[in-house]
Design a protein around this ligand. Structure first.
Ligand SMILES: Nc1ncnc2c1ncn2[C@@H]1O[C@H](COP(=O)(O)OP(=O)(O)OP(=O)(O)O)[C@@H](O)[C@H]1O
Ligand SMILES: [Mg+2]
Length: 346
């Protein structure tokens, strides 16, 4: 008799939620046929525990309790703690298998290698986008710099206290503007290697992403419509979310040839935080809809797109337990709709 889907599924328990455990969760949640029953770590602040919660995976500090779950087909021990193997032996059900010791270290190394490759790919994609930004950045920086130079020159030899005070204020304002721009750039250029999970306001991040996108494409003839319904803060790495929004906004503006309406919306629907990015461009052809997230899929001319943008976007969205789908009919614009489970809300 053919096994049912439930019989074919592998029910996995992960012990250890440090770097190795986190990479395992990220990888296994992407595999069909594998269900993570729970993640345990004696340190309640271990990064993998938060990651597990994004995916609604139960977490605990009680390792013995999780080990004793008799539905588990496999226990993966990446704690590196020499006391754990005997604890597993005492508590596990006889039919549960264990991956530990050197075998777990081997798996850990393979997963790390895969993870590092992805990080390099994501960073390369960022750098290639930064490459398009350079001309825009230089242009945007030049105006305030000229202003600062002009006011400073006027200040030399100026004795009227009112003028000195006014020009100094102008210089402070222009310097602040430059500093805002570098802040946006830093947020974008930061590598994803150091996960810095903080409370993030999604509408504010969307606004930052628009400013950033303005470096790479002309937004003068794009009408930006903001439909921000109140949403709870999310606990995420802001730099990763920023990368998602910048990529989607740049794609939208490029598709519209820098002319049309760009509508950004946020809201809460049925347990999900929803973000949509909608454009009035030509849309995506039906045969391409399923392919746009594939790595290196691009319809842009050689040299102007790597085709990695949406692949990276989807990987980050999935990492936080979310989904993304394009809604598009040729000739009728495109909407990318992202849904994050509210468990990732702060
Ligand atoms: N808003 C959109 N409207 C129409 N087509 C889109 C839109 N967004 C993406 N696409 C299509 O999906 C393809 C893949 O997008 P993706 O961002 O992955 O790569 P790219 O924009 O071509 O290159 P890169 O982002 O690496 O510079 C695009 O080439 C385009 O055909
Ligand atoms: Mg793109």
């Amino acid at each position: 008799m053919k096994p049912t889907a439930a019989e074919q599924s592998l029910f996995v328990v992960i012990l250890g939620a440090g770097k190795g455990g986190s990479a395992l969760i990220e990888l296994l949640t992407r595999c069909s046929g594998i269900r993570i029953l729970g993640v345990a770590d004696s340190n309640p602040d271990a990064p993998g525990l938060q990651l597990a919660r994004y995916h609604y995976i139960p977490t605990t500090s009680d390792i013995a309790w999780l080990v004793a779950r008799d539905e588990a087909s496999l226990i993966i021990d990446v704690t590196g703690d020499p006391a754990i193997p005997s604890l597993i032996a005492r508590h596990k059900s006889p039919k549960t298998e264990v991956l530990g010791g050197i075998a777990a270290r081997l798996i850990w190394s393979l997963i790390q290698a895969e993870h590092e490759m992805y990080e390099h790919l994501a960073h390369a994609e960022k750098l290639s986008t930064l490459g398009i930004f350079t001309a825009g950045i230089a242009h945007e920086f030049n105006n305030p710099l000229h202003g600062i130079m002009g006011f400073s020159q006027h200040l030399q030899g100026e004795t009227d206290p009112a003028i000195i005070s006014e020009y100094s204020r102008e210089i402070v304002t222009l310097t602040r503007r430059l500093s805002e721009m570098t802040k946006g750039l830093n947020l974008y250029a930061r590598t994803g290697q150091m996960p810095e999970i903080t409370d993030v306001q999604i509408p504010q991040l969307l606004d930052e992403a628009i400013k950033m996108a303005a470096f790479s494409t002309m937004l003068d003839e794009v009408t930006v419509v903001r439909n921000y319904a109140p949403v709870p803060d999310m606990q995420v790495n802001p730099s990763e979310l920023h990368q998602i929004f910048v990529n989607l906004i740049i794609n939208a503006v490029q598709a519209m040839n820098a002319r049309g309406h760009l509508t950004l919306s946020t809201g809460v629907e049925g347990g999900y935080l929803t973000v949509t990015i909608q454009d009035t461009g030509p849309g995506i052809a039906p045969q391409d809809l399923a392919r746009v997230f594939a790595p290196f899929f691009t319809t842009k001319e050689r040299g102007s797109g790597t085709g990695l943008g949406l692949y990276i976007v989807r990987t980050i969205v999935n990492k936080y337990g979310g989904t993304i789908e394009p809604v598009s009919q040729s000739g009728n614009g495109t909407t990318f709709r992202i849904q994050f489970p509210l468990s990732s809300a702060a």
